[in-house]
Design a binder for this molecule. Structure first.
Ligand code: FMN
Length: 214
């Protein structure tokens, strides 16, 4: 292979994004882009990078799946005892990033984080396949384990325990909602002159729209 990492480059030419064309409300704009990501049949269009920090500002990031969004914010589900869960308990602020490569689009979200209601967590948990529900009980997410066999043994024990029964939601598993203060829509353009449209929430819950330099 002759190419080095530094040689990798792509010019983005698909389309543009104008402050005059975007929806006044960023959730409507997100719905539009998300629908286009679905239509384009992207692999896991609801996969998003979630960044959290410790109280003293050490960041960590990982991918989670968006499972709901509306005017209240962006929802994902996880183990509340995991690294991200503990970081969000101590510092309930987060950033999200979607990268829809085939559409040359990025969406960035940042805001305060709250747990969703236990009802919402129960409802989503019960919609998951049986084995995924068991997985939530099996894994002490982010803890060190000695080997994979232990995990599989625990899973098999739980399969036997819950055979033909409802699997309740573990109390340490549920949803978080990121309530945006800012949402940025990024459309790749030629010569790195990308379009960046930033929505900032105002006190009256209206949104200010500004263009950022690429
Ligand atoms: C495509 C993809 C989707 C994922 N979705 C989730 C998810 O919805 N919830 C979750 O807890 N972890 C999800 N993960 C695993 C996380 O990236 C991560 O490994 C795990 O949550 C532990 O993170 P933490 O130790 O920082 O808490 C996903 C990983 C990938 C690659």
């Amino acid at each position: 292979m002759d190419k080095t990492v530094a040689d990798l480059r792509k010019d983005y030419t698909l389309q543009g994004l104008n402050e005059t064309d975007v929806a006044p409300n960023p959730f409507i704009q997100f719905q539009k882009w998300f629908d286009e990501a679905l239509t384009a049949q992207l692999l896991e269009p609801n996969a998003m990078t979630l960044a959290t920090t410790t109280p003293d500002g050490k960041p960590s990031a990982r991918i989670v799946l968006l499972k709901d969004f509306d005017e209240r914010g962006f929802v994902f589900f996880t183990n509340y005892n995991s690294q991200k869960g503990q970081e969000l308990a101590e510092n309930p602020e987060a950033a999200l990033v979607f990268w829809w490569a085939e559409l040359e689009r990025q969406v960035r979200v940042c805001g305060h984080v709250e747990k969703v209601s236990t009802n919402d967590s129960d409802r989503y948990f019960q919609s998951r396949p049986f084995n995924s529900r068991l997985g939530a009980w099996t894994s002490n997410q982010s803890d060190i384990i000695d080997n994979r066999t232990l995990l599989e043994q625990r899973f098999e024990e739980l399969q036997a325990k819950y055979e033909n029964q409802d699997v309740p939601r573990p109390p340490h598993w549920g949803g978080f909602r990121v309530i945006p203060t800012q949402i940025e829509f990024w459309q790749g353009r030629s010569s790195r002159l990308h379009d960046r449209i930033l929505y900032t929430r105002l006190d009256d819950d209206d949104w200010k729209i500004q263009r950022l330099s690429p």
